[in-house]
Design a protein around this ligand. Structure first.
Ligand code: PLP
Length: 355
């Protein structure tokens, strides 16, 4: 494998890639339903939920749209501290919802106090939070934010985008009282792109019954009607479900706790190294991501040039996102990436520094 240190799509293990090449099964067959049921059960475990996980035949943004369309009739509070939380807000407004912003500077985290203040000022049906802002390397304190919502405004649903953290960092859907937690296949799950997940609580489905214009494709109630029969209303992405079945086994083989520890250790190593080189994290040091490190480009490198150097050595990192291009660079350490890969990357960057 030539390591991709980019925040998705990431490297996929050869046996997981190979699983996709198995002959197709009709999605209304007993054989496929068995695989679907098994895979969904394993994803539930990764979300620490007993309720249900929807498997979407589209990327994570489709699940943002699903959550907004089905769980918000009118008002939503969007916590914004980067590009993907801004997207969640845009999805809300473009679907005709009244979205208010709780916005902090990119690189900062949404704090429980700020959220509490916003919820005391106005009642919202839902709040949207991006757990891991891939654009800035900030990991919002999700457990604490959820606790504040339960305390200040218990009827408000908690909609979480965990696209770049799910399975790389702990998210306990049931224990933390999260209502809708979405993710994508091509990040820490280390699957090809094209599949998304949404852990969904009972109270979210109860709310969906009262929301108008949920549409067809993204209607959670329609999805649930089929999920209980181990299927989907539309044709699912059969090869990716095969891959999911294999990959979840690999994840449990490593052990979910060990997986979290591996991601945390790689994040720590990356930032320690950056510090030794006189480079700071872009993110608030108290809220660093476990899966993607955004580092200030203090030495004024041409990130394109650095990447070309790395590509020749079979590696690739990511430039800063959007307005942060050139000002930061991002190293993803998720999915199949091991500490050994991080050490190799560090050596290669040091070689670039000396060149
Ligand atoms: N949310 C976050 C935090 C992301 O990092 C991304 C993609 O990088 C998205 C949403 C969009 O996900 P997708 O490309 O799977 O639609």
């Amino acid at each position: 494998m030539s390591p991709l240190f980019v925040p998705g799509p990431v490297d996929v293990a050869p046996e997981v890639l190979a699983a996709q090449a198995k002959p197709m099964l009709p999605h209304r067959s007993k054989e496929f339903e068995t695989i679907f049921h098994r895979a969904e059960g394993k994803v539930r475990k990764l979300f620490f939920t007993e309720s249900r996980v929807f498997l979407g035949t589209h990327s994570g943004t489709g699940m943002q749209e699903t959550g907004i369309r089905c769980l918000v009739q009118e008002s939503v509070l969007s916590c914004i501290n980067g590009a993907f939380s801004q997207r969640f807000y845009d999805v809300a407004t473009l679907n005709g919802k009244q979205a208010d912003k709780l916005e902090v500077t990119w690189g900062q985290a949404i704090t429980p106090d700020l959220l509490a203040d916003a919820l005391k000022k106005k009642k919202y049906e839902a709040v949207t939070i991006v757990h891991n802002e891939t654009s800035t390397g900030v990991m919002n304190p999700l457990k604490e934010l959820a606790a504040v919502v339960h305390e200040v405004s218990p009827e408000t649903l908690i909609l979480v985008d965990a696209v770049s953290s799910f399975s790389g960092a702990r998210i306990e859907v049931d224990a933390w009282g999260l209502d809708f937690v979405l993710s994508s296949s091509q990040k820490a799950m280390a699957l090809p792109p094209g599949l998304s997940f949404a852990a969904t609580a009972d109270r979210a489905l109860e709310k969906a019954e009262k929301v108008d214009n949920r549409g067809w494709y993204f209607d959670l109630l329609r999805l649930e009607k089929h999920r209980i029969k181990n299927s989907t209303p539309m044709t699912p992405v059969v090869p990716l479900i095969y891959a999911l079945d294999v990959q979840t086994d690999r994840i449990f083989e490593e052990g979910i706790e060990k997986r979290f520890e591996r991601h945390a250790a790689m994040a720590k190593r990356m930032m320690e190294w950056a510090g030794e080189q006189g480079m700071k994290p872009f993110a608030d040091e108290n809220h660093l991501s476990m899966t993607v490190s955004a580092i200030e480009n203090s030495h004024g490198w041409d990130i394109g040039e650095l990447n070309n150097f790395l590509i020749q050595r079979g590696m690739r990192i990511a430039n800063g996102y959007g307005v942060l291009k050139g000002k930061t660079y991002r190293i993803a350490h998720m999915g199949e990436i091991q500490m050994e890969d991080i050490e190799n990357l560090i050596s290669a960057i040091e070689e670039f520094m000396g060149s």
